[in-house]
Design a protein around this ligand. Structure first.
Ligand SMILES: [Fe+2]
Length: 356
């Protein structure tokens, strides 16, 4: 889909409402911290001044508020974020799905609660354009968050009469051709390393070609919502996240990190793919730090306790081809229709699936 609005927005809004009703029947509505993955990613940046060593950026992506993620859950997520004592908070788009009116007040109220030592920065995603991008930008502004879509924000540190810079740039939704990388490059100061926020991860191919960015942070894919066990990859890959759908990649000299995000779009299911809060710790090679050497890969600070709200491991093992996924979804819907608990893998539902 590359036009500004989905062809049948009203239909999609209806589907969203129907899915919300379904969610409320099967998902516990009280916030449960244990369902979230908290992932720490250490990124060594070659020209990072020691003044920025261990600079902490907490990333939230793909809230899709009003679907899987409720205001109550978002408040809980923000509480987790605020405990991290972040230097910066980076928001990478898709704050809502297809309906903004119902959640606009909650979105502004919750985002206003975010606390970062330096600044909170944001870019927009495709869904923000499909609803009301001007209003989303207004909400971000009212919440004290700076929209850096096609813009640059520079953080400075001073010590002993010396100033060091860290640049954070952003592009607007690339899936909808809203990005303006030329403008970003013009505005980017020559001094100091640069980080890119881009909702769609596959833009990494373009970002890395500039040779100017050490790290790009993205979302958009929701990790595919279904991750194949053992392979740590996904079969469902949407436009803009086909090449870099989940986790950490090396693209040229740049690190691309794609978060699994917080929400879901349309289907509330996440299989083997917990919602994620990502914590980036920037490392200066000039500082001797054991963490630099020992933890090159992302560290899961805490894995979600998926069984509480996600399907069981046995369910996951059935996800080896798209037909199985379709059967699974059909099975769960049938369980809900028959007032059965979809998280109990009872014999009746198994038999129903076998009959199909
Ligand atoms: Fe998206």
């Amino acid at each position: 889909m590359s036009e500004d609005k989905p062809t049948a927005l009203a239909a999609r809004q209806m589907i969203q409402k129907a899915m919300t009703v379904t969610r409320e029947k099967i998902v516990p509505m009280e916030f449960d911290e244990s369902v979230y993955d908290i992932v720490e990613v250490n990124v060594e940046i070659k020209d990072l001044d020691p003044m920025f060593h261990n600079y902490k950026i907490v990333n939230l992506s793909d809230l899709h508020l009003g679907q899987w993620l409720t205001a109550e859950y978002l408040e809980g997520v923000i509480e987790i974020v605020n405990k991290q004592n972040a230097d910066m908070i980076a928001l990478t788009g898709d704050y809502v799905s297809y309906i903004l009116d119902d959640v606009a007040d909650d979105l502004e109220r919750c985002l206003s609660m975010l606390k970062a030592k330096d600044v909170s920065l944001a870019v927009l995603g495709n869904h923000d354009h499909w609803t009301d991008p001007d209003r989303i930008r207004e909400i971000l502004k009212n919440a004290g968050i700076i929209d850096i879509s096609n813009d640059v924000y520079t953080i400075e540190r001073r010590r002993n009469n010396r100033t060091a810079k860290l640049n954070v740039a952003g592009v607007d939704s690339t899936m909808l051709n809203k990005e303006d990388l030329d403008k970003v490059m013009e505005e980017l100061p020559e001094e100091g390393p640069a980080i890119m926020l881009a909702h769609e991860p596959d833009f990494a191919d373009i970002t890395s070609l500039t040779g100017r960015f050490a790290l790009q942070i993205s979302g958009h894919s929701h990790g595919g919502q279904f991750i194949i066990p053992g392979l740590n990859t996904t079969i469902l890959r949407g436009e803009g996240s086909q090449k870099y759908p989940v986790g950490e990649y090396k693209v040229g000299d740049m690190i691309q990190y794609t978060s699994k995000g917080l929400g879901t779009n349309v289907f509330w299911l996440r299989i083997n793919c917990a919602p994620e809060i990502t914590i980036f710790k920037l490392k200066s090679p000039e500082v001797e730090d054991k963490e630099n050497k020992n933890h090159k890969k992302p560290i899961y600070i805490r894995h979600s306790n998926q069984k509480k709200i996600f399907p069981t491991r046995e369910d996951v093992d059935r996800f080896l081809n798209p037909d199985d996924i379709a059967d699974f979804i059909e099975g769960k819907i049938s369980q809900i229709a028959n007032n059965l608990n979809p998280f109990e893998d009872n014999d009746k539902s198994k038999d129903e699936r076998k009959d199909k």
